[in-house]
Design a protein around this ligand. Structure first.
Ligand SMILES: [Fe+2]
Length: 216
């Protein structure tokens, strides 16, 4: 894909979500050394180009760049250098392997919190190995790890089990943030579809959701 097409798609995605009422954007591209070898400084530079393009086209939204960090040795190295992209109140968004809980999870949480970062675990509902150990979610929440649900999980994009776990996490008041999980234009229709979901409505009308605290 050319840079021009990428930029155009980026603007189309933002405009599409904006039509659903979303006016404040924090984009969190993956940082995963082998698969998405993004570098924080490059992401910020690209973000500035997007901001300029939004301005040129008169798209009235706020736009900020952070990242979704895959928890591995590469992340631990960035963490030790305090070289992480944050948003809001020093939040760091991180994700885990989908295969098994990484053995360094507790160490990573401790290091993040000791460094003054506030960890947000991306899409807890998608880690199948936690589905029958719901206390893990409760313990993470008690530890001060914020949980961010993917909007599309509620739409059933992944599986009925993921959808069910999403609903249970909302019922148990464990969700603090919502992410769009918007990767392409097709996801916008899915997001629109989920807006009338009763669990989502409950979450939005509760005091648990902290997305509004991120508005700049
Ligand atoms: Fe992810």
């Amino acid at each position: 894909m050319t840079g021009l097409t990428l930029m155009n798609d980026t603007i189309l995605l933002i405009q599409g979500l904006s039509r659903l009422g979303i006016k404040h954007f924090i984009t969190t591209p993956h940082i995963m050394r082998d698969i998405y070898p993004n570098v924080g400084s490059n992401l910020l530079a690209e973000g500035e180009k997007v901001k300029q393009e939004l301005k040129n086209r008169g798209v009235d939204v706020t736009f900020q760049v952070a990242a979704e960090y895959y928890l591995d040795d590469h992340f631990m190295g960035l963490l030790s250098k305090r070289d992480l992209l944050t948003f809001g109140d020093n939040y760091v968004l991180f994700e885990l392997s989908f295969m098994q809980e990484p053995p360094i999870l507790q160490e990573a949480i401790f290091e993040m919190q000791s460094a003054g970062y506030k960890p947000i675990l991306a899409h807890p509902e998608r880690y199948l190995y936690y589905h029958n150990s719901f206390e893990v979610y409760e313990n993470l929440h008690k530890q001060g790890v914020f949980l961010q649900l993917n909007l599309n999980s509620l739409a059933g994009q992944y599986s009925p089990h993921v959808k069910k776990t999403s609903e249970k996490l909302i019922e148990c008041q464990l969700i603090s943030f919502l992410g769009s999980d918007c990767h392409h234009l097709g996801h916008i229709a899915l997001s629109e579809q989920v807006l009338s979901n009763p669990y989502l409505k409950d979450l939005i009308s509760s005091d648990n959701l902290l997305n509004h605290t991120l508005i700049q």
